[in-house]
Design a protein around this ligand. Structure first.
Ligand code: AMP
Length: 401
């Protein structure tokens, strides 16, 4: 089945066309900094995936999607002859609130409920919903599925998802932990169970999605029981540009001292903090590791803090579970950085997570799901390559098919 996967963010659009039967990609498109001057979209078609750049200056996120649909329809190199060949559309939705505990086929009622979820992720959900509406107009006979980042975490118990605030904020505003990266955590957990040759339901897992955004989840008997991201994706680990958890009083203190607005404070916490804020250099872990190697003290501090916070999160979930069988590493940093994995697990051996240096080595192993702990490590450590778009495509085809 040919599935169009649409991953719309506040100023980004990532799309893929996937043939789900053979897990083959037919098209990849990426537009970043949408709305900024000179913004463009890179589009690549199978089989050679030669990138072509399309100017999308002045376009909104759904308008970029419209341009991509035109290309799929009209470009002589398009892998499909007509948009009718697209049999289903999978839309990634960041926040599904308490309402959506699994992926759903989109109809009028669902669309209405999606609109109600917009206030939970005001930057991300509205453009995604706008893309759904556009697709309903352009491909009215093609079923659309909404796949939620939060769905996997709806199994968390109240003691994990409630905040110690007056209850009326939960009752009136829905303020609670929702988590994120659900598709990735679910997939990482299942792949780790496959590697161990054991049913997921029998295992206690700690899944670590360490990318530009990052979160760690405790997965017990196949379901999420706690996760580091919270009401928004700002809570938890230190990330590329996000602070992660800090003393909440710092927020009001800085606002008072600098006389800044809510919007400005929001930007500082989401865009200027984390690895970028501490290193003063870059949000990209590769740049910061390289600078630390060259003796840059701020870069070294950023890496130290990142490692320490990941260690503490793994330790806290070890305490939250009745047993831990495996820790899974995934996403850009988790999959690719043998150096950071080595540093993280060097501090966790006393808990029974013992890395094997050779297995951890990435040489020739990028993209290979594997166990990287020593044979008799009480808790196994795995690396799993996450593939969010392929997961969404397969989930979509399962629901439609
Ligand atoms: P993601 O959001 O999953 O695409 O992950 C992006 C993050 O992964 C960025 O911070 C990259 O610097 C980081 N990353 C990718 N490859 C490596 C690597 N080989 N070593 C360290 N960090 C990496």
């Amino acid at each position: 089945m040919i599935v169009l996967v649409v991953n719309a963010g506040s100023s980004t659009l990532k799309c893929q066309l996937v043939q789900t039967d053979g897990k083959v990609r037919l098209m990849k498109a990426l537009a970043e900094r949408i709305g900024a001057p000179g913004s463009s979209m890179e589009v690549a078609f199978a089989p050679d995936f030669h990138e072509r750049t399309v100017l999308v200056e002045g376009c909104s996120v759904p308008e970029c999607l419209g341009i991509l649909l035109d290309m799929l329809q009209d470009d002589p190199d398009s892998p499909i002859g007509s948009l009718d060949e697209i049999r289903a559309i999978g839309n990634r939705i960041v926040a599904g609130g308490e309402r959506f505990s699994e992926s759903v086929l989109v109809d009028d009622g669902v669309l209405e409920e999606l609109t109600r979820c917009e206030e939970l992720a005001p930057l991300h959900n509205p453009p995604a919903d706008a893309c759904i509406r556009l697709l309903r107009e352009r491909l009215p006979h093609t079923p659309e599925v909404a796949v939620f980042d939060t769905a996997f975490h709806t199994t968390m118990p109240p003691k994990a998802y409630m905040y110690p605030l007056p209850q009326r904020y939960y009752q009136d505003y829905g303020i609670r932990r929702y988590g994120a990266h659900g598709t990735s955590h679910r997939y990482a957990a299942q792949q780790a169970a496959n590697l161990l040759g054991r049913p997921l339901e029998d295992l206690g897992l700690i899944t670590c999605h360490l990318g530009n955004g990052g979160s760690i989840t405790a997965v017990n008997h196949g379901v999420s029981i706690d996760t580091t991201m919270g009401f928004t994706p700002l809570e938890g680990l230190m990330m590329g540009t996000r602070s992660g958890s800090i003393d909440p009083a710092i927020v009001t203190y800085i606002m008072r001292r600098d006389g800044i607005s809510f919007e400005e404070m929001d930007r500082i916490l989401n865009k200027d903090s984390g690895i970028l804020g501490v290193s003063g250099l870059s949000a990209d872990m590769r740049d910061v590791l390289a600078a630390a190697d060259e003796g840059n003290a701020d870069a070294a501090l950023a890496v130290d803090m990142y490692v320490y916070r990941v260690q503490k999160a793994i330790g806290s979930f070890y305490a939250a579970m009745t047993r831990t069988d495996v820790v899974v590493m995934t996403a850009g940093i988790g999959e690719n950085s043998a150096e950071l994995r080595e540093r993280i697990f060097a501090g966790l051996a006393h808990m029974g997570m013992i890395l094997d240096r050779d297995r951890n080595d990435v040489t020739g192993q990028i993209g290979v799901n594997r166990i990287i702990s020593i044979d008799d490590s009480p808790i196994k450590i795995c690396v799993v390559t996450t593939d969010e778009e392929m997961r969404i495509a397969r989930e979509t085809s399962a629901l439609v098919g």
